[in-house]
Design a protein around this ligand. Structure first.
Ligand code: PLP
Length: 361
């Protein structure tokens, strides 16, 4: 107890988030050169961003000036893309920032957040950081959400239901009728559609009709902007107004703003790469199915979850890393001995499958 006595007691034991590995930190620790690493661990876009983005950023003359704090132009652009009115939009420095922001707006110490596990780790991370209590409800053996259990878990303290759709890391979708059943409870429902462009399913057109339905979107995956940190949410206008008031000033940086503008001028190109990734996802799935000691789960996103049926998932993850192929390894209650593989380019699939066959079970 030194400085600790000044720190929030609920945070002194806080575990934090386990992020993906930055390739440069593996320098000298693995068999291959860092430049040769095939990064399939964070669902990033292997085709990069639109070439227009790099050109516009290189030529941009005003990095010395703060962006518009009210996000006026950005909200209009994103609204046009999402097909809603700009009053619904709030942008963030990565969509993760909006998960944090919405919880700051709703949660008091001890309030409950319903989470359908296994799912994206940021929901529990941000709930913990805001002093909330996470109510984790297990999905079934195919990772479908148990809507009845969700409704039964609602208490006076419930402030939010999180639903990643498609879900990360499992890749499956929750049908719209199940989502609406949760929305009909009146509890705020936060539908995370970070992979919408890969799945094609959205509840965005319904946001205007409910007081308690929110949709999260990201440019990290389909537009290849993960490194620039920009995402947005579709909110009922009253919630959007509150969020704009409590957000950190100038939360979306100028480079990200320029990148969104250019990306939205190059949608055909970007959706072309999404199409390639979706086609490659199906090929990767078929290839993984042929490996008898792996069980891949069908995915509507840009990654595939696999159960490792023989041997240690951790060892497999380590061996792949040694060969310069990064994947995500899970060892949690409902994901014991699982790996998640992001969909790369065809040559990445080929390299992965080759190494998997070499390793054997
Ligand atoms: C990748 C991902 C995001 C995107 O986060 P950003 O902060 O926008 O990069 C959001 N939700 C889920 C479920 C994800 O997998």
């Amino acid at each position: 107890m030194g400085i600790e006595k000044f720190i929030r007691p609920d945070l002194t034991g806080f575990g934090g988030y386990s992020p993906s590995t930055a390739p440069e930190t593996l320098q000298g620790k693995i068999e291959v050169q860092v430049e040769k690493i095939i990064k399939l661990d964070a669902n990033e876009n292997p085709y990069g961003c639109s070439p227009r983005v790099s050109q516009a950023l290189a030529a941009y003359p005003r990095f010395n000036i703060y962006p518009d704090d009210g996000q006026t132009g950005l909200r209009k652009l994103l609204a046009g893309y999402a097909g809603v009115d700009a009053r619904h939009i709030v942008a963030g420095g990565g969509s993760n920032q909006l998960i944090d922001l919405i919880l700051r707006l709703f949660l008091n110490q001890g309030d409950e957040v319903i989470n359908c596990v296994p799912t994206f780790g940021i929901y529990s991370f941000s709930t913990g950081l805001c002093g909330g209590t996470l109510v984790g409800l297990p999905r079934d053996e195919n990772f479908a959400v148990d809507v009845r259990a969700v409704k039964a878990a609602i208490s006076k303290k419930t402030k939010m239901i999180f639903l990643a759709n498609p879900n990360n890391p499992t890749g499956n979708l929750t049908p719209p009728e199940d989502i609406l059943e949760m929305v009909d409870t009146g509890v705020p429902v936060f539908v995370d559609e970070a992979y919408y462009e890969f799945s094609g399913q959205t509840v965005a057109p319904l946001v205007g009709q409910y007081e308690n339905l929110m949709v999260l979107r990201s440019l990290s995956k389909w537009a290849g902007l993960a490194g620039l940190r920009v995402g947005y949410g579709l909110f009922p206008p009253r919630i959007a107004d509150y969020l704009l008031r409590i957000k950190i000033p100038y939360n979306v940086n100028v480079a990200a703003l320029v990148a969104v503008e250019e990306s939205l001028k190059d949608i055909d190109y970007l959706l072309g790469t999404v199409k390639k990734i979706v086609a490659e996802r199906e090929r990767l799935f078929r290839e993984l199915e042929k490996i008898e000691w792996l069980k891949p789960f069908p995915s509507q996103a840009n990654f595939i979850l696999c159960s490792v049926l023989k041997g240690e998932g951790r060892e497999l993850w380590q061996k792949l890393q040694n060969k310069g192929i990064l994947v995500r390894y899970f060892d949690q209650p409902q994901l014991q001995n699982f790996i998640r593989i992001s969909v790369g380019k065809p040559e990445h699939t080929d390299a992965l499958i080759r190494v998997l066959k070499e390793i054997g079970g």
